[in-house]
Write a protein that binds this ligand. Sequence first.
Ligand SMILES: [Zn+2]
Length: 327
Amino acid sequence: MKDCSQLQAKDQFLPVKSPPKLTQGDTIVLKWKHGKQAVLMLCFDDSAPTHLDYTIPALTHRRITGTFYINPGNGPYRSRQKEWDSAASAPGIVLANHTYSHIGGMTEKEFEREIALANNELDRIYPTLPKNRLRSWGRPGVPDEQWGISEPQINRILKRHLMIERPPFQGPPFTMNGLEEMEAFIGKLLQDNEAKPLVFHGVAGDWHSVSLNDFLSLLDYVEERRDQLWLTDPLTWHCYKTERESARVVLLDSHSDQIRLSLICDEDTNLYHEPLTLMTGLPEFWQDVYVWQDGHPLYLEKMDGCVLYDAVPGGGDVILSNQRQND
Ligand SMILES: [Zn+2]
């Protein structure tokens, strides 16, 4: 297993109400996965005990993705390590690096140690993932005086360890308060077709806490909008966006019974292999459509005059046909 996206539950395509008119073989890459309107990344910091008690059961029950930025060197994590181990294999639950012990770094050596030790723990938790992979990092909120190194020094170390920093912090009780403001935040995301994290600390206890009632009501609000929201983790979002920005589709062949194309992007495909959602125009008379990439059938949704499907950049030719492939 090499793809972080495989840690998530499969999501449905958003039915496109009025798809653009695409002629046969014309292909576009959709802004967000499965044609979703916006991206919400629910995040939970500091390995707070209430994440194990309330948050993870509530998310898995609803099949909503959550990313937990852990501090493996700290007491709250260590005292419940076995429970974190089993939480890591729950569908939609992703564990990520928040430094080993939630300190900044007075020296490069100290900061690098904080990153590397947390990565070692994540490698123990995810033994089948390749060590040479992109990894998500959530910057710990510590006072300026706990940083003795500059931003370029921090970034150099992050780059050396293939760490991808989570987008800027948004979350209660720092940048919003109460259920209404959290719902308004998601409403605005949908309105702007944007992608943002919503970061929590304690839920019903611990520190910087939100009430259980507000949290569960917010999950209900998210669930009601799940056909419009791509609920994912910051690393998967980063991969999708980065690949999409340099993605090109080359039409190789276009016949009455088959269309063949190639999807490429400028990124290193050993690190970037998140499937992108494509929309391809079909001949009007096609009743059915089947899509393969590199011989493997792809997950798809046929719509009026076109088809939506997920393909991996650099993953081999994509073939669309109105007949099943025999070989
Ligand atoms: Zn933190």
